[in-house]
Design a protein around this ligand. Structure first.
Ligand SMILES: [Cu+2]
Length: 173
């Protein structure tokens, strides 16, 4: 990729040689090179992130221990995270065969599989290595699903995603 960008820069250098006077051409070349270098760095960073997925352990599984599908819970309740065949490590810690939990709450779609997962109230990270969490949700039906992420919050390859459960939140339960 780098050599490709260098060739592009060189060919544009020749373009600038023709129409501009010497001082202006040099300035334009300098600006163009700076922009090209920034673009190259940006693209390389993004493509590296896209490529560097951490392999999951074959047969590993992530699941929600509790509540279970169909449960009725109070507005504040505990979700227990289950993980078989892999270990839990905090975000940023590089130990093969590990990851940290993320919970999807009423998510419309799964996050991108080749990028760090975003943080929102629909996608909560447990980067300290938590294996359970207390959630507070409004009354009504809610969908919960777990997804494991690697040290950079990127889903493993293949991704470890739990079954989605649906629970009902009721005041006073
Ligand atoms: Cu994360």
């Amino acid at each position: 990729m780098y050599s490709c960008f260098l060739r592009a820069i060189e060919s544009c250098d020749h373009l600038f040689d023709i129409p501009f006077g010497s001082g202006k051409a040099v300035r334009m070349k300098y600006i163009f090179n700076a922009v090209a270098f920034f673009l190259m760095f940006f693209c390389a960073t993004v493509s590296l992130q896209a490529l560097e997925r951490t392999p999951s352990v074959p047969g590993a599984e992530v699941y929600i221990i509790s509540p279970v599908d169909g449960d009725i819970v109070g507005t504040t309740f505990t979700v227990r995270f289950g993980l078989k065949g892999m270990g839990v490590a905090p975000a940023g810690v590089d130990i093969p065969g590990t990851g940290h939990h993320h919970i999807l709450i009423n998510a419309d779609e799964l996050p991108a599989m080749d990028l760090p997962m975003p943080m929102s109230d629909k996608l909560i990270h447990f980067g300290k290595g938590q294996t359970e969490a207390e959630l507070t949700l409004p009354e009504g039906e809610h969908r919960l699903q777990l997804i494991l992420g690697d040290k950079l919050h990127i889903p493993h390859d293949p991704a470890l995603i739990s079954e989605e459960i649906t629970i009902t939140v009721r005041v006073g339960e």
